[in-house]
Design a protein around this ligand. Structure first.
Ligand code: F6P
Length: 743
């Protein structure tokens, strides 16, 4: 039912475009239509609001169909000079109120949201002025005394307070890491140096995270200029050391806003000159430019935008007259809402701190994760570890157990290098517990993990073998033989089971009392204590890319596709890929499939195609039901669809596990591995035989005691008791079902 307060809502995208804006527009439009509210698109950002006419048009459910995968914004964007004038804002107010629009979803960056805030506060005065001029009736002004604003941060820069991630930043990182991966292979072939300039305006987020996610050796950002005046020499010394240690490529990432301690800009051309003059290296510059803002959004950006677009409209529907504009963002995987004014102030505080050369404060304002990522990169990119400071040295082993997950190599590399850097000895166990039992345990040095940050697969080897009764004595012997002080197991469900089995044998085999920690790596995202496991983001993106192509082929043929995705007993990949691709029905293992469901689905499909539908996309998790398989469902639909539609099936299989890890998986793998090494070292010092598993929860790294594992999982169903993403089901459903009021 239409709500009393809102009659019409406007949506606009403003400022620099960002991948994911379309998904946000679609989500806002469909959420509003679903509640019986008219939605107007305001084309070309604030300029359209000022100019009005055809630039403010109603959107239907179908108008926003088939756009989630598209880059840019279908409703256009601009940086409007007119809206910065009070005359322009008066015209904008008139254009809105004449259409009874008094609620806005503004998708844009810092400048666009600041503009929205100003407009919101001027609104009553603007309406008064319009009444005085006789441009609008007093009654109309009375009905719309307040302008309600919900802001979504659309900007690749990730520079705004109020959200962990802005819309577009993840996709921009995809573009940058793909470019640096490609550059590093040509650089290594020629033993060349490359300076890669990335966007970000005054924010170093893209530069730092791209450096962390690739093999870049040096990074220059606005928030933390090099500490010394002769930073050029310091940088070149480090790069020379890398070459001497055997590196064939050198990559320096320069944020476009980089500057030195005195506030003088550092350009990529300048860095090239320095490298050529001081290292004699053949050096090239690559300025990535607008490639970073283009192309199809990543799975994360599509889903982030969808969830935030939904949340923004839901909020506007319930907003009071006194409500202040809010920014919608995420913290971990939770939606957050923060007063817009506060977000703008805090965002400007960083720029002010940089301008005042107060770099400590600028780094503090960017947050703990940013500082930590910067520090971790500096260590990982070293030519060799720091010299030992004489602290206690432990012998720590790293291994995998479970099915392959992209990002496993990244985690091993981070663990090995960070362990070595702290003065410990690091060992790699090959081929999971099979290798452990066979004594295949080798020391690992700094260079043994060179290039692993971006490499898919698992160089150490992995399998699902679990240790059983006859193996524990052998494992204990190997621990003693190598004098191991701690064990990091990077893997999935089997890794957790194996670790739990080991701790249950500690009384019988005291060697097993060494600290053990599990790091979640599984494309299924089915591990307890972690909202996202390493590999799941890569698998999701693999699925989304494949489904985008399948959809294109299906629409040409009036076809329904039944796509089967992995996930075992967790429907995470199925639900999130459906949300990211516009899948209208998703079969989850958590819900199962009944005959009645299938009959309803057939009826829905027939009705849809009779009314002109062109495409059907059904996504089935591989374990959703043992009888109603993908083949069965496809055959059933084919038969029941008759001449209305064709049916195709696609079982995506192992392409989901393949490929190089996404930037998100690389960054998470690195962060979690760093935390695990710290944890192991502390636990080894305590010598109390702690055992735990690590994970990201609500944006924080947390450890859970391994002995609590049984309480946190449904053992027979093989999944965590709590799965946060199940709450997203209504949003996914709303986005894909035809608006009942329009059908
Ligand atoms: O804010 C997004 C952004 O891409 C910045 O990273 C960059 O500095 C700027 O926009 C480029 O602006 P334009 O597209 O107007 O050249």
């Amino acid at each position: 039912m239409p709500t009393e307060r809102i009659r019409s809502l406007g949506v606009l995208t403003s400022g620099g475009d960002a991948q994911g804006m379309n998904a946000a527009v679609r989500a806002a439009v469909r959420t509003a239509l679903n509640r019986g509210i008219q939605v107007y698109a305001i084309y070309e950002g604030y300029q359209g609001m000022v100019d009005g006419g055809e630039l403010i048009r109603k959107l239907s459910w179908a108008d926003v169909g088939g756009i989630v995968h598209r880059g840019g914004t279908i409703i256009g964007t601009a940086r409007s000079a007119d809206f910065r004038t009070s005359e322009g804002r008066l015209r904008a107010a008139r254009n809105l109120v004449e259409r009874e629009i008094d609620s806005l979803v503004v998708i844009g960056g810092d400048g666009s949201l600041t503009g929205a805030n100003t407009f919101r506060h001027e609104w009553p005065k603007l309406l008064e002025q319009l009444v005085q001029q006789g441009s609008i009736a007093p009654k109309l002004a009375d009905r719309h005394r307040t302008l309600h604003v919900a802001g979504l941060v659309g900007s690749i820069d990730n520079d705004m307070f109020g959200t962990d991630m802005t819309i577009g930043a993840d996709t921009a990182l995809h573009r940058i890491t793909a470019a640096i991966d490609a550059i590093s292979s040509t650089a290594a072939s020629h033993q060349r140096s490359f300076v890669v300039e990335v966007m970000g305006r005054h924010c170093g987020y893209l530069a730092v995270m791209a450096a962390l996610a690739t093999s870049a050796e040096w990074v220059l950002i606005p928030e933390n200029p090099p500490e010394v005046d002769d930073w050029e020499e310091m940088m070149c010394r480090r790069l020379r050391a890398g070459r001497e240690a055997g590196r064939r490529d050198t990559i320096v990432v320069v944020a476009e806003g980089a500057q030195d301690r005195h506030g003088r800009p550092i350009s990529s051309e300048y860095v090239k000159r320095v490298l050529e003059e001081r290292t004699g290296d053949d050096t090239r510059v690559t300025i990535l430019g607008h490639v970073q803002r283009g192309g199809s959004p990543s799975a994360f950006d599509r889903n982030l935008s969808t969830i935030l677009g939904y949340a923004a409209v839901e909020h506007l529907l319930g907003a009071e007259d006194s409500s202040e504009p809010q920014v919608f963002g995420i913290r971990g995987n939770r939606i957050t809402r923060t007063p817009l004014l506060h977000c703008v102030e805090q965002t400007h505080a960083v720029a002010d701190a940089i301008a005042a050369r107060n770099y400590e404060q600028a780094m503090d304002l960017r947050g703990r994760n940013f500082r930590e990522a910067y520090r971790t990169h500096r260590t990982l990119a070293r030519a060799l570890p720091h010299a030992s400071t004489g602290q206690e040295c432990y012998r720590l082993a790293v291994m995998h157990c479970g099915t392959l997950a992209p990002g496993m190599n990244t985690a091993v590399r981070a663990a090995v290098r960070l362990g070595l850097d702290k003065g410990h000895q690091m060992f790699g166990v090959r081929n999971g517990f099979r290798g452990f039992i066979a004594g295949d345990i080798q020391p690992m040095d700094w260079f043994s993990v060179n290039g692993w940050v971006s490499r898919g697969g698992a160089e150490l080897g992995t399998n699902r073998d679990l240790p059983s009764q006859e193996h524990f004595a052998r494992i204990a012997q190997e621990i003693d033989a190598h004098a191991l002080d701690g064990l990091l197991i990077i893997g999935g469900w089997s890794a957790y089971q194996a670790a739990y089995r080991l701790i249950r044998q500690r009384d019988a085999f005291p060697a097993l009392k060494l600290p053990i920690v599990c790091l979640p790596a599984s494309i299924n995202n089915d591990l307890p204590g972690s909202e996202l496991s390493i590999g799941a983001d890569t698998a999701l993106n693999n699925i989304v890319e494949a489904v985008d192509k399948i959809k294109q082929s299906a629409v040409a043929h009036r076809r329904v596709y039944v796509v089967e995705v992995m996930g075992r007993q967790s429907g995470y990949l199925a639900l999130m890929s459906a949300m990211a691709t516009g899948g209208e029905r998703v079969y989850l293992p958590e819900e199962g499939i009944t005959l009645h469901d299938l009959m309803t689905d057939v009826a829905t499909l027939r009705r849809g195609f009779e009314q002109g539908k062109q495409l059907g996309l059904y996504i089935r998790n591989d374990s959703a039901n043992p009888v109603y398989t993908t083949g069965f469902i496809a055959a059933l639909f084919e038969h029941e669809g008759g001449s209305l539609f064709d049916v195709g099936q696609a079982i995506l299989g192992h392409l989901q596990q393949g490929g190089n890890p996404t930037p998100f998986d690389r960054i998470q793998a690195t962060r979690l591995a760093a935390a695990c090494i710290d944890w192991l070292v502390e636990a080894a010092g305590r010598a109390t035989g702690d055992a735990a598993f690590v994970g990201m929860q609500e944006g924080e790294i947390r450890f859970n005691q391994l002995e609590n594992l049984p309480d946190m999982v449904e053992q027979t169903a093989r999944r965590p008791r709590v799965q946060w993403w199940l709450d997203l089901r209504p949003i996914a459903k709303l986005m894909s079902q035809q608006d009942p009021l329009q059908s």
